[in-house]
Design a protein around this ligand. Structure first.
Ligand code: SF4
Length: 206
């Protein structure tokens, strides 16, 4: 769940001193998805990019570790924290084990975050690397496609090193961020986070 208290506590940025945000590169339009696309277009990302009081630092950990195009890595038997703790692994649709590559990718993402002294990470949900709310459990291409609540490996690496994350589909949380970036932004009170959606509540029985 996104830490809204943290978002509310963010400083008021200026053009000269913008909030530094690490972002999944695909959300900013880079063609780094597994199939060489940017994984679609997301309104929250487009809106974020319009602000001049944010400095966006794009990074794609999977492209760094495996190149593009590539097979799709997903956590199996646990989430990204479990992978980092050696209790779960990363598999692709062909059964390839990419656990070590993804751990290396997460460490590189952490390094980029530290080098840029980021204050937040804006991440693509559902990715075995960048997911921060919901990810797949096992390959998303398996006959028994299954979701789990949890973070991907890179989000988990950032999280355990004190870097807060927000998903592109946590609309209520992103509204708080927009209000920080632009004091004139009127918060949409009807916006909800992903864990408040009907699908999430039904699927996970919450
Ligand atoms: S690893 Fe992250 S940045 Fe790269 S394509 Fe997947 S979601 Fe986007």
């Amino acid at each position: 769940m996104t830490d809204k208290d943290y978002l509310n506590s963010l400083r008021i940025p200026t053009k000269e001193d913008p909030i530094r945000v690490l972002s999944s590169a695909c959300l900013l339009g880079e063609l780094c998805g597994v199939d060489g696309t940017s994984n679609g277009v997301y309104q929250s990302a487009l809106q974020l990019m319009k602000h001049d009081t944010v400095k966006l630092v794009p990074f794609c950990p999977e492209d760094f570790a495996m190149g593009t195009p590539r097979e799709t890595p997903d956590c199996e038997g646990g989430d990204g924290h479990d992978v980092l703790d050696g209790k779960a692994r990363v598999v692709t649709q062909s059964g390839k084990d990419l656990t070590q590559e993804m751990i290396a990718a997460s460490l590189k993402m952490l390094q980029v975050a530290k080098e840029n002294d980021v204050e937040l990470a804006f991440l693509m949900d559902a990715s075995g690397a960048c997911g921060s709310q919901v990810i797949y459990n096992g390959s998303r291409f398996s006959d028994t496609k299954e979701y789990q609540i949890g973070m991907g490996i890179c989000a988990a690496q950032l999280d355990r090193n004190g870097i807060k994350t927000v998903s592109q589909r946590d609309f209520a949380a992103v509204e708080i961020l927009f209000a920080k970036l632009n004091p004139n932004h009127q918060i949409n009170q009807e916006a909800i986070d992903y864990d408040q959606t009907e699908w999430y509540r039904e699927y996970f029985g919450k």
